[in-house]
Design a protein around this ligand. Structure first.
Ligand code: F6P
Length: 457
């Protein structure tokens, strides 16, 4: 391979620049040129194919900083229509004109789907990223457990029930995805901070976190010590939830609850699902915390709060907060930087071996710790060709305690033990209250990158 292209697709994560950095460093070693394609697949559709050289003379451009969140080549949720053969052919022709021998896509499941039709024209490899930690398998044969069920609206007409009582941690395919650790870092801190208000003002705080149908972020929030965690994989049992809220409130005069945004009850998703404005028409989740608040307000009732003069009405006792996009933003913590870069490098090696439609994976075993590997993208697909978001396996969650199970705690240990680097703390110390911040405006890498963008025509 002489020249490859790289793009970032889907929602941003803090580890994207680190992953690009790892890929470019590996390409420098191997003497491969790397072109960054602007704004994901959207850039490929453009007849001008906007691009930047990320390693002129095999040295990484200075704007590419692995410690900076976001992506310096831009991202979008635009995907190429696999049925539009004409579009595919013109994309392939443009890539040929640019003399691109292969493509690395940094993304999640949507990106693999976007990459698949392109892999029929040139070799493509995925470097994984998603804060949701839902790209992977609890065990290799998990896709075979999905069945079609027209009545299951939550999983778009599919149903899954695990055939295993527990997972063996060493078997997990793609143990963790870059971006997840930083999201948990932000969420856990938010929980700690919200606790103070709930505790002082005798309130029930409901904190909604991202993750779509997957409860990994919510479960990881356990590091912030919330009293209860509700994940989308486990249908809400209201009497049980309310009983636990009462027990906790009676004892400690406040409760902190974390809800994954895709949490559901017997009727379906609690929050509204809406289509985003991006071209992929991606589903956005919103309002699970508000809905749960309404239910708690109604079920607990005003008298419950009045009896001990804690609040005049239930409405003033229950409040909701969304951690929102801050959980995907900012500087990646050490774990994400390091393994994002490793996966970027691995993706280049896979491509250089001319393996097509594969993804780089990050696996963990007791014996070797974290190691990178590779997997054919088709191994993630069920018999109908669909890739399902990885769910939190039931054995990682304790439904009784609304907390991670013993196995869940074991799952987290290797990720978070050394996830924060000394330099992460130093960066906060030296940067946040620097007097320079008061004098200088934020310097966006978009401004510098704009000067580097080249076009086909
Ligand atoms: O998939 C990543 C994610 O952050 C989800 O957790 C969340 O539901 C969604 O993206 C939000 O999307 P958007 O960036 O379009 O608001």
């Amino acid at each position: 391979m002489k020249r490859i292209a790289i793009l970032t697709a889907g929602g941003d994560t803090p580890a994207l620049n680190a992953t690009i950095f790892g890929a470019v460093q590996k390409a420098n070693e191997l003497g491969i040129e790397v072109y960054g394609l602007i704004k994901g697949f959207g850039g490929m559709i453009s007849p001008q194919l906007p691009h930047v050289r990320l390693n002129p003379l095999f040295s990484t451009i200075p704007e590419l900083d692995p410690c900076q969140g976001g992506t310096l080549i831009g991202a979008s949720r635009t995907y190429i229509d696999s049925n539009d053969k004409k579009q595919l052919q013109s994309v392939a022709a443009r890539m040929e004109r640019l003399k691109i021998d292969g493509l690395i896509c940094i993304g999640g499941d949507g990106t693999i789907n976007g990459m698949q039709p392109l892999s029929e024209h040139f070799p493509c490899v995925l470097a994984p990223k998603t804060i949701d930690n839902d790209l992977g398998l609890n065990y290799i044969d998990e896709p075979n457990e999905w069945v079609k069920d027209e009545n299951d609206a939550i999983h778009d007409g599919y149903r899954h029930s695990s055939t295993r009582d527990a997972v063996s941690l060493g078997e997990i395919v793609n143990y963790v995805t870059p971006g997840y650790a930083t999201a948990v870092f932000v969420v856990a801190q938010s929980i700690e901070r919200i606790r103070t208000t709930a505790e002082s003002h005798r309130r029930i705080a409901i904190v909604e976190v991202m993750g779509r149908d997957s409860g990994y972020i919510a479960l990881g929030a356990a590091y912030g010590q919330p009293d209860m965690i509700l994940i989308p994989e486990v249908e809400l049992d209201y009497p049980k939830v309310i009983r636990r809220v009462r027990e906790l409130y009676d004892m400690q005069k406040h409760v902190v609850i974390v809800v994954g945004e895709g949490v559901q009850d017997a009727e379906g998703q609690l929050g509204a699902k809406s289509k985003s404005v991006d071209p992929a028409g991606n589903i956005l989740f919103s309002g699970a915390a508000e809905r749960l608040a309404e239910i708690l307000i109604k079920e607990l009732g005003d008298d419950y709060f009045r009896k001990n003069q804690r609040h005049d009405e239930a409405k003033s006792a229950v409040f909701t907060r969304k951690v929102g996009h801050t959980q995907r933003g900012g500087r990646p913590i050490l774990f994400d930087r390091f393994y994002g870069a490793q996966l970027g490098g691995e993706a280049v090696e896979i491509l250089n071996r001319k393996q097509n439609n594969h993804l780089a994976t990050l696996n963990w075993t007791e014996e070797f710790g974290f190691t990178t590997g590779q997997l054919s993208a088709n191994k993630l697909r069920d018999q109908w060709g669909t890739i399902h978001a990885r769910e939190v396996h039931p054995s990682l969650y304790s439904e009784q305690r609304f907390q991670p199970s013993e196995l869940g705690r074991q799952y987290f240990a290797p990720i978070f033990k050394n996830a924060i680097g000394y330099e992460d703390m130093e960066a906060i110390k030296s940067h946040l209250f620097s007097q320079d911040n008061l004098l200088t405006r934020y310097q966006s890498f978009n401004v510098e990158m704009q000067k580097r963008i080249q076009y086909l025509d």
